[in-house]
Design a protein around this ligand. Structure first.
Ligand SMILES: Cc1cc2nc3c(=O)[nH]c(=O)nc-3n(C[C@H](O)[C@H](O)[C@H](O)COP(=O)(O)O)c2cc1C
Length: 363
């Protein structure tokens, strides 16, 4: 089988230029191990682990998902588990740390834990290569690089990409508005965002939002990116930590069936069902300026709805469960193993790129 190699592969020491997006509320521990074993970058998600620190703002029940360990210990154990499960393959992995201002204490703690885990174990030091920050100001996080880690930052615009590059990020992940979960107040979709960011910065760019197969990987490379980050696509895999009803919902939806409503740190893209319709209705009622980027003050009612949505997720009620996902849900129709998925993405991307000069003649 042919492969696709870019500078992203060299930088991380991975075989395929594919990152698994961080995806709370789960730890994505099993998924990260499977992705890393398949030669791409698996990523542990920390956001849900911090829910017990912010009980008034969290729509999920942290104890139900993670037990009673303190958040730092949850991450420590998760890093150890992924390292153990990927020891034989020598796979590389990372940790995602959202750095929204509401989250600073937790973000500091998770970055510290990743550094400590590397210091305490030479195998983890070699294979936990990167911290991916998102959802906030990059400037305070350049210190990640002082500890021998790579530092990637997720951005929704050219303005934010320049800021991340100026702060010293090694790779800029340009995340378009079609993506699942948190999206920007000012919508810019991937076909506009990715080439614009690739032109604006010198650092390697990874494309996120709407990528799920070989055609879209090939398109990302043509738009100037060095690889893709996929979220929604990885939820619907055999190994992913997500609830079966969430995986099924992704398969069942067509591309029109997502909605953006009030999320934890701002707008969030949900899979469409009765629950997300209720969130959008309440968003419009409580905070009518929300879609114009006005600050969220009163959100108690919406939080209550989201909490009920979490209970219904655990109760496997698909119509009222709280489930996030990107527009790309409409292009996902199966639940493969991670290994088969990555092989098919690479195979189709190779074919697409090789076919291009035969389909399109330049004169
Ligand atoms: C269920 C879900 C949860 C997510 N949680 C996080 C998160 O905790 N941190 C983060 O940086 N991005 C998060 N994202 C965004 C993904 O990392 C990724 O960038 C995005 O899903 C890419 O768009 P796609 O869904 O079209 O593949 C989440 C996405 C989904 C679908």
């Amino acid at each position: 089988m042919k492969s696709i190699h870019t500078v992203l592969c060299d930088l991380l020491g991975i075989q395929h230029p594919i990152l698994q997006g961080g995806m709370g509320p789960y730890k994505t521990q099993a998924l990260a191990a499977a992705v890393s074993n398949a030669g791409a970058l698996g990523v542990i998600s920390s956001i849900g682990m911090a829910a017990s620190m912010l009980p008034e703002a969290a729509p999920i029940d942290a104890v139900r998902l993670f037990g009673t360990d303190p958040p730092k210990v949850i991450l420590e154990k998760s890093i150890e588990a992924v390292a153990k499960e990927t020891k034989r393959s020598g796979g590389v992995f990372g940790v995602n740390v959202p750095v929204a201002s509401e989250f600073t204490i937790a973000s500091e703690m998770f970055v510290e834990q990743a550094i400590e885990s590397r210091e305490n174990d030479s195998d983890i030091e070699k294979r936990l290569r990167v911290i991916i920050t998102s959802a906030g100001n990059p400037k305070p996080w350049a210190k990640i690089k002082e500890h021998g880690l790579l530092w990637f930052h997720v951005v929704p615009s050219v303005y934010h990409a320049r800021k991340a590059e100026a702060a010293g990020a090694d790779v800029i992940i340009a995340s378009g508005h079609e993506g699942g979960a948190h999206v920007s107040w000012e919508p810019v979709h991937s076909t506009v965002l990715v080439p614009a960011v690739a032109k604006a910065v010198k650092k390697p760019v990874v494309a996120a939002g709407g990528f799920c197969d070989g055609r879209t990987l090939a398109a990302a490379l043509c738009m100037g990116a060095e690889g893709v980050q996929m979220g929604t696509r990885f939820i619907a895999t055999q190994e992913s930590d997500f609830e079966p009803i969430w995986k099924q919902a992704i398969i069942d939806r067509e591309e029109r069936q997502t909605l953006v409503g009030r999320g934890v740190f701002g707008p969030m893209r949900f899979l469409r069902n009765n629950r997300s319709e209720q969130i959008v209705e309440q968003t419009l009622r409580d905070i009518p300026g929300f879609y114009l980027g006005q600050p969220v003050e009163s959100n108690e009612d919406i939080l209550g709805i989201e909490r009920s949505g979490f209970v219904d997720l655990m109760g496997e009620k698909p119509e009222t469960a709280l489930m996030l996902g990107g527009e790309v849900t409409g292009r996902i129709k199966d639940i493969p193993t991670v290994k088969d998925l990555i092989a098919s993405v690479i195979d189709e991307a190779v074919k697409t790129l090789e076919l291009a000069p035969k389909r399109v003649k330049t004169k």
